[in-house]
Design a protein around this ligand. Structure first.
Ligand code: NAG
Ligand code: NAG
Ligand code: NAG
Ligand code: NAG
Ligand code: NAG
Ligand code: NAG
Ligand code: CU
Length: 376
């Protein structure tokens, strides 16, 4: 059985659930023509090629934030610098000259989902406005790459060398330097990373931000590293066993935290499962955003939040959780989402709650094609 009635837009329109009329096709006036995000599994090969072309275009455009982060070389790097800067690093060994924020951060707190939603939206906007991309941001429905669907994670179409993002690193014994970290950061001495990716569109791409919280310089340019962990991913990313227990939770903060600390008691939630499943750069809490798969994964995380937001009327505007990962402060709809100055204006969380902007006060305009999985 599938959850079509509650979640497809056609049924929303048919049931007159939308508050205002006539933005066309039942969409609200402020969002008459939403971007419709589809599962990568369901894109045609020409659609996949077009997305990959646009991502490569961002790598070819100059950075706009070099006044703040001189090591940024291209437009893709601009997003990396913001994520690194916004990721909390209470580490006294961090070089003060390039440490970025030592603050509440964007993980394990209430702004985690809104920040990443707004980041993906701005990335999608850059693909469209700066690279002429004709589609919407796809999402990586990794539940399709698990035994639940008779599939293997490492055989996901996202790893295709021609119509995907390329595959695994080629040298799993290589352990690039990752700065020592404490707290909730990855265990740097664990064998987390493999080798440079050698096929696909990003095999020759070099990165000047990261690894870790470094804003360039120390490590020089480095390759894209992956070390796919299929067993971990397959055990963490199934719809029935992992997503449903999460979306059955009824409080925003429980859902948000549950993305990283699984309600099932497993070591990782679906957020960590995607990052650690790809591994390498994707495993890095700061510089995972270098891997273009970051945006595919976070679109799926956003899909799950969006899905939950539409499971009950009170969910759409539900917010909460601490400001600091240590539990201090309370996140509200007025809490800021930082994206300035070279990606997008800062907005309050309330501006990114409703992806269809039904009340006209927000900044987003997109929706998801439902993945067609069983309802909770
Ligand atoms: C980096 O983080 C610091 C600390 O919060 C902040 O003051 C600064 O504006 C950020 N820089 C950019 C370019 O976002
Ligand atoms: C990391 O934690 C260990 C164990 O608590 C401690 O000995 C070390 O000084 C910490 N390092 C940093 C950089 O905070
Ligand atoms: C970190 O990883 C190493 C290598 O796998 C392991 O020996 C060590 O126990 C781990 N430390 C923690 C704190 O998990
Ligand atoms: C949310 O999580 C907290 C802490 O685990 C728990 O006490 C509370 O009952 C949960 N709320 C719901 C509605 O599940
Ligand atoms: C949490 O972190 C903030 C910022 O470092 C600090 O001011 C506050 O005292 C901490 N709260 C607790 C309960 O540790
Ligand atoms: C994706 O394709 C599969 C197989 O063709 C189909 O069953 C499913 O309904 C499609 N999903 C969406 C969201 O279109
Ligand atoms: Cu992040």
């Amino acid at each position: 059985m599938h959850i079509l009635p509650l979640l497809t837009l056609t049924s929303l329109a048919a049931s007159a659930a939308l508050p205002q009329t006539d933005g066309g096709a039942g969409y609200p006036p402020a969002c008459a023509n939403p971007r419709v995000r589809k599962s990568w599994h369901n894109l045609t090969n020409p659609e996949r090629t077009e997305y990959l072309r646009a991502v490569k275009c961002l790598f070819a455009l100059p950075a706009q934030g070099t006044a703040y982060f001189p090591a940024a070389k291209n437009r893709h790097d601009d997003f990396a610098t913001l994520h690194i800067n916004q990721t909390s690093a209470p580490d006294p060994t961090r070089n003060p000259a390039n440490r970025g924020v030592v603050g509440p951060g964007i993980h394990f707190n209430g702004v985690f989902l809104p920040w990443h939603r707004y980041a993906v939206w701005n990335y999608e906007t850059a693909l469209i406005n700066e690279c002429g991309y004709t589609g919407a941001q796809p999402y990586w429905d990794w539940t399709m790459d698990t035994p639940e669907h008779g599939a293997r994670f490492n055989e996901s179409p996202v790893f295709d060398p021609v119509f995907g993002f390329g595959g695994n690193g080629n040298n799993p014994s290589v352990l690039p330097t990752v700065p020592p970290v404490n707290g909730s950061a990855p265990n740097a001495s664990a064998p987390l990373v493999g080798g440079c990716v050698t096929d696909g569109p990003f095999a020759d791409q070099t990165f000047s931000l990261g690894p870790g919280y470094q804003f360039g310089g120390q490590e020089g340019e480095h390759c894209l590293v992956r070390n796919i962990q299929s067993a971990l991913a397959e055990n963490t990313l199934q719809w029935g066993a992992d997503v449903l227990p999460l979306v059955r939770l009824t409080e925003y903060w429980n859902v948000s935290l549950g993305m990283s600390v699984a309600p099932t008691g497993k070591v990782r939630g679906i957020h960590g499962g995607g990052h650690s499943g790809v591994n390498g750069e994707m495993q890095n809490v700061w510089s995972s955003i270098n891997d273009p798969l970051f945006f595919m994964h976070h679109a799926m995380i956003d899909y799950v939040w969006w899905y939950w937001q539409h499971l009950a009327p009170q969910n759409l505007w539900a917010i909460g959780g601490p400001v600091w990962p240590n539990g201090t402060g309370l996140t509200t709809l007025d809490s800021p989402v930082y994206m300035t100055p070279f990606v997008a204006p800062d907005v309050p969380i309330r501006s990114v709650m409703d992806v269809l902007n039904e009340d006209g006060s927000g900044v987003l305009c997109y929706t998801y094609e439902d993945a067609g999985h069983p309802a909770p």
